[in-house]
Design a protein around this ligand. Structure first.
Ligand SMILES: [Zn+2]
Ligand SMILES: [Zn+2]
Length: 97
């Protein structure tokens, strides 16, 4: 799971600094739009409100599953959605087994 910094910056601009998640299995239903802080990538803040501004660049299709490392496959997710997506992938893998 590795996007180049160039791709991540473009994705973050496309996302307008907000979570792009539109998964209907998450609590937000419509687009999440949690506001993100550029410097909080991969670093959930434990002080203040939980997960404040933290995010990660998440592949829509996992690279192990043949996803590309380009902008089209790069989704900017807040930390909660990122974790939920990973858990979903794990559940999915278990369901496939
Ligand atoms: Zn989100
Ligand atoms: Zn979400």
């Amino acid at each position: 799971m590795a996007f180049s910094q160039d791709v991540v910056i473009k994705a973050l601009k496309r996302a307008d600094g907000r979570c792009e998640c539109q998964s209907d299995t998450h609590e937000h239903r419509a687009r999440c739009e949690t506001r993100l802080e550029w410097w909080s990538r991969g670093r959930p803040a434990w002080s203040g409100s939980a997960w404040d501004g933290a995010w990660e660049a998440h592949p829509r299709i996992s690279m192990n599953g043949g996803g590309a490392d380009g902008l089209a496959n790069c989704e900017i997710l807040c930390w909660q959605c990122h974790v939920a997506a990973i858990v979903g992938l794990v559940y999915g893998a278990m369901a496939d087994a």
